[in-house]
Design a protein around this ligand. Structure first.
Ligand code: SF4
Length: 449
């Protein structure tokens, strides 16, 4: 970049791909920039330096990351932007390949190098190329500023980094590292900061939130953390993502039941329900124990909404295994559910397994499972008819000015359903309203104020 341009504030654009954990990293990265020297723009297409935080957990996500890099490199060739900085999981997973194949990129930064952002942006601003990849995974502290990339009324809070599990289909531990927990005091301090910035909903995230504290004290400390967060004034909802079924501390159910602000919502990926598949996936739990756990949760926490995800087409999955999964979905009737087709990831034990399932079968099983869940979801929603529920309003519908979009306690942002609210009067985003439910759809509820 020419020296004359440097006296001007440098315009920085950020595009954050992937999961809430990466989004938190992106907020911290922007928080490290000096506001007197850098201006954050609304889009990477309108900036001097474009920052791209990538995802690498499955091939589709890797392809999307590479496509976005190529788009930014194109903008640079057209001189619409001056530099491209790529960071995160894709860089941590494929550092050498990216450096060799994408020479137009000005800097590659691994998922553990974010403390060096100010210096790296400075060097790129002065036309230098940078390659900085070290230990995986970035564990933040409450002392680090964050620039919100979500509406201020809901914020993600990363309580740990990395993962110690050995799921045979997963590469995440290889580029996010071993599990490391933050301290309860530091997390509570950050929650207070986020509330002071307008947050009403705090969403706890990590690769495995239920493993929290185990690396420090050999104790599961999530229940204690939740009790502390429940005391933070100004929080309306505390939402728990990424629980691991074989690491559920017993007290968690009671803490959720007895708390004032913890959402009766549990995101707990199960991945499969047939024992041969759970064994081959090395999930460390059986169908029977999973069923017992869910029954106990539902009995202990009234109105609990459980979100889960399943993988179809895992190597060796027979029609028998798959129909066991469908039966389990029918029996458990999850409120929220996502289905993934197995992605053969280089470097994972599952990639080397025999009996890889043909793509056509994967697709057919994906469609059958989604069709079943659509029916279950609508039947679950029917139970809400005539009830009045608390809804956090996100905004107005773009097509219909008398329709507003909100979320109930059963809906995490981006991944779950919505509550559509018909209202003559304007509603305020970030505020809670009591909404009588008047009709339902497959995944959404409809209400009228
Ligand atoms: S819990 Fe399993 S699937 Fe999740 S990040 Fe860890 S190894 Fe991967």
């Amino acid at each position: 970049m020419k020296s004359s341009a440097i006296s001007q504030p440098v315009r920085i654009g950020m595009l954050s791909l992937g999961c809430p954990k990466t989004l938190v990293d992106s907020e911290i990265i922007l928080g490290k920039l000096d506001p007197s020297r850098h201006v954050i723009t609304a889009s990477v297409a309108d900036c001097d330096i474009a920052l791209l935080n990538t995802c690498a957990f499955i091939q589709d996500a890797q392809q999307e990351s590479v496509n976005r890099i190529l788009e930014l490199v194109e903008l640079k060739k057209e001189k619409r932007i001056k530099a491209v900085i790529v960071m995160g999981c894709l860089v941590q997973r494929f550092p050498g390949d990216l450096k060799k194949q994408l020479r137009e990129v000005d800097a590659f930064i691994g998922s553990g190098e974010y403390a060096k952002i100010p210096e790296i942006v400075e060097r790129v601003t002065h036309g230098k190329k940078v390659f900085s990849v070290g230990r995986p995974g970035y564990l933040t502290t409450s002392g680090e500023g964050r620039v919100a990339l979500t509406p201020s009324h809901y914020r993600y809070l990363k309580i740990s980094e990395g993962c110690d599990h050995v799921c045979t289909f997963c590469t995440i531990p290889s580029f996010r590292g071993k599990h490391r927990s933050r301290t309860i005091e530091d997390i509570v301090r950050e929650a207070e900061n986020l509330v002071s910035q307008g947050a009403k909903e705090i969403i706890l995230t990590g690769q495995d939130t239920t493993y929290f504290g185990k690396d420090q004290t050999d104790e599961y400390l999530l229940p204690k953390l939740l009790q502390e967060l429940d005391q933070v004034s100004g929080i309306h909802w505390i939402r728990l993502l990424y629980a691991y079924p074989s690491c559920i501390p017993k007290e968690l159910m009671q803490v959720m039941r007895d708390s004032k602000h913890i959402c009766r919502y549990l995101d707990m990926p199960l991945q499969h329900a047939s024992d041969p598949m759970l064994l081959a996936m090395r999930r460390g739990i059986t169908k029977r124990r999973t069923r017992d756990l869910i029954h106990e949760f539902r009995q202990t926490v009234p109105d609990l909404a459980i979100r889960t995800t399943f993988i179809v087409g895992f190597p060796g999955e027979t029609e028998q295994d798959f129909s066991e999964l469908l039966d389990f979905m029918n029996e458990m009737r999850f409120e929220r559910l996502g289905i993934f087709k197995y992605s053969r990831e280089e470097g994972t034990p599952a990639a080397g397994m025999s009996h890889q399932v043909p793509e056509k079968i994967k697709q057919e099983r994906f469609a059958r499972a989604m069709t079943l869940q659509q029916k279950i979801s609508e039947e679950n929603n029917r139970r809400m008819m005539g009830k009045t529920i608390d809804v956090l309003v996100e905004g107005r519908d773009e097509q219909n000015e008398k329709l507003w979009i909100g979320r109930s306690w059963m809906d995490a942002p981006e991944v779950d359903g919505n509550v559509l609210i018909h209202s003559e009067k304007a509603l305020q985003p970030g505020r809670f309203y009591s909404v009588p439910i008047t009709s339902v759809a497959e995944y959404d509820l409809v209400g009228r104020i």
